[in-house]
Design a binder for this molecule. Structure first.
Ligand code: B12
Ligand code: SF4
Length: 452
């Protein structure tokens, strides 16, 4: 098809503790499809140490989230310097998010990343999709262009992934799974795409739900089991319980498959009663662990971020899960407005409440406004964190990203205008102390002397 050598590149994600345990499903999907149409493509996973990007490529294709863009720009610039004829192509969540953001024009996007020739929005799920994409990329050989999103027609297609590429990072010592001693071979899988909610911090570019065909999905899961002994799936869906009909169909057909699962859902079990029944069925077929995006314990903040749930709903949902003896992971965000003594006290009380309910992981990240989110578009309400011209800078990303235990970082992501820096740090220390007291702060963070 295409006569040039293509390198498909997953950039480094230095700040993640164990990045290789999470397979980047989207880029592996693209790799599989490019191979299937006969492109000479090599997948380079730069999250692994000692991965080099050769200079002999005719095309360098990147997949990146916004936090990885600093690396992509750097690699692309080096490639352009040493191999000026090579085309550089960028796809993935960063482009999808930028195209959704109201404050970016096409010209901005092109100016922002000077060494990227082609920006590709949208989702690629079939050989036809990537064929027409490659035709388009090659057709505009000398121009810098944006290829606008391809909308998904019909089902979300579960591409039978190429395991030459997936196998090496299939996790066997997984922290994903409760029973580490058993060493499940676990894989990431995306069953449905999109979420109809509109939380203001969320950069999910897909507000429509695209559902997979359950029968095809099960066939693919069994294929992975037979070929590669996959025993467990970490389901990537934003909310696995997003559609009642779909999940019930899946739960009925997955009986007897003997997999373990980890998934995420919204904390609305108390309002959507059918979800409680679905959870019970899910547990019966192997659900071990469920993640819940709580974000804040203050009703004022929850309203502000358009969560459409109260802390009372959230607590009831967690209690339901706790009564069913399902391992619960809670995800929260520090820095959402209003940030004051009252909202932080509520945050801290909730941390101890979670401990009582046996929540196993309480993960706090500091607010990072991502393009595509309402907060990003309105970020003038915050301090100058979001530098719209150069977002995000490589060093900045490295230094300022904080996850779970890394929450102990000294840096400030995004200072709301209604609070001084001194107060922000004081309140954050309070949250950190509660996390530490409750046993939720990871050891690495404490040892790193990141906690004052
Ligand atoms: C699973 C997931 C993870 C997993 C795995 C990540 C991974 N690298 O695959 C883990 C848990 C590791 C993770 C971590 C994080 N994530 Co995450 N994650 C997701 C989630 C829920 C699903 C991703 C997915 O599997 N999509 C399905 C696949 C098939 O689609 P895709 O990856 O977009 O790929 C398709 C297209 O984009 C395109 N494409 C992709 N690459 C390329 C390349 C080329 C060349 C082309 C042409 C096309 C193309 O084709 C693909 C196939 O159709 C998304 C939400 C979402 N619905 O997208 C958030 C999301 C991507 N994550 C997000 C964030 C913020 C994070 C974290 C920073 C969270 C944190 N605070 O720690 C970290 C960063 C880690 C990182 N840099 O990857 C944001 C990203 C925002 C942004 N603008 O960057 C999202 C959108 C969540 C949100 N709602 O805001 N995440
Ligand atoms: S944060 Fe979760 S629930 Fe809210 S819009 Fe994003 S994916 Fe949906």
């Amino acid at each position: 098809m295409l006569s040039v050598k293509v390198y498909l590149i997953q950039p480094p994600i230095k700040y993640l503790e164990n990045p290789c345990s999470n397979q980047p499903v989207g880029i592996i999907q693209i790799y599989t499809l490019l191979k299937a149409i006969g492109v000479d493509v090599t997948f380079l996973d730069c999250r692994k140490d000692e991965t080099y990007v050769p200079f002999d490529g005719g095309m360098y294709m990147f997949s990146a989230s916004s936090l990885e863009m600093g690396y992509v720009d750097k690699i692309a610039s080096i490639m352009k310097e040493h191999n000026p004829k090579a085309r550089t192509v960028l796809g993935g969540i960063h482009v999808n998010s930028l195209l959704k953001s109201r404050i970016w024009s096409d010209k901005n996007i092109i100016d922002e990343h000077p060494d990227i020739d082609v920006f590709v929005g949208g989702y690629y799920q079939s050989e036809e999709d990537v064929k027409s994409l490659m035709d388009c990329v090659c057709h505009h050989n000398n121009k810098r262009i944006i290829i606008k999103p391809l909308t998904i027609k019909g089902d979300f297609n579960i591409v039978p992934l190429d395991f030459r590429c997936l196998k090496y990072n299939m996790t066997t010592d997984s922290k994903l799974m409760r029973n580490e001693a058993e060493g499940y071979k676990a894989q990431n899988i995306t069953m449905n795409l999109g979420c109809p909610q509109n939380c203001s911090f969320c950069a999910n570019p897909c507000r429509k739900i695209y559902k997979s065909n359950v029968e095809k999905l099960i066939v693919e899961m069994i294929r992975r089991k037979n070929l590669y002994d996959v025993k467990a799936f970490k389901i990537n869906d934003d909310d696995i319980l997003v559609n009642e009909k779909w999940i019930n169909e899946f739960l009925d057909q997955a009986v007897g498959l003997d997999f373990k699962y980890i998934a995420s859902t919204r904390a609305d079990l108390s309002i959507q009663k059918w979800k409680t029944d679905a959870i019970k069925k899910f547990q019966a077929i192997g659900l071990e662990k469920i993640g819940i995006g709580v974000e804040s314990a203050s009703n004022e903040v929850l309203k502000n971020i358009n969560k459409k749930l109260t802390i009372e709903n959230i607590k009831e949902s967690i209690s339901i899960l706790s009564n069913h003896d399902i391992e619960i992971m809670v995800y929260m965000i520090y820095g959402l407005m209003p940030l004051n003594d009252k909202t932080v006290n509520e945050f801290c009380d909730f941390i101890y409440w979670c401990k009582d309910k046996n929540v196993s992981i309480l993960n706090v990240t500091q607010l990072v406004p991502f393009p595509g989110s309402d907060i990003y578009d309105k970020c003038d309400r915050y301090c100058g964190y979001v530098n719209r011209v150069r977002y995000p800078d490589n060093e900045y990303t490295w230094n300022h990203s904080c996850f779970v235990g890394q929450f102990g970082e000294q840096y400030i992501h995004c200072l709301p205008r209604d609070i001084t820096q001194e107060n922000y740090i004081k309140l954050r220390t309070k949250v950190l102390t509660s996390l530490k007291d409750a046993g939720y702060l990871r050891k690495e963070a404490e040892e790193d002397r990141r906690i004052k």
